[in-house]
Design a protein. Sequence first.
Length: 154
Amino acid sequence: MNTNTPWTEWLWRFLRVFLGAVFLYASIDKIIYPDRFAFAISNYRILPGDLVNFVAVWLPWLEVTVGVFLIFGLFEWASLTLYNMVMLIFLAAIAINLARGVNISCGCFSLDPNAEKMSWLTFMRDLGLLVPGLGAYILLVRRRPPPFLEKPSR
């Protein structure tokens, strides 16, 4: 069931390039400075110490992969779902630390230790990056159903 129209196609293209570019941009400092990113992750005090370095190396490359896949329209359902899942995890980590009263930089787009400290505006910014990701499902479902709903071809 393809109910695609020209405007939904262009809006989908814009959204996936925008969301992909956000992840690519966010990954740059993390890839260049994995030690700083590991420090930023450890400041959240959510992950066990043994996982911090693993996540600091692995997560930026996940962001790059998801970003590239979104920009080029590859594995659209999977890449959009990963984007939204990662954004939800980021939002949860920010909310937990804001509720705890922890005064740290988020490490989202910059690993500068003197960067602005996390606030509810940081949370709202990331929420503002999640909303179009969730809304993109509406456009994507108009292009084709999710893989788990597709009927097997004979």
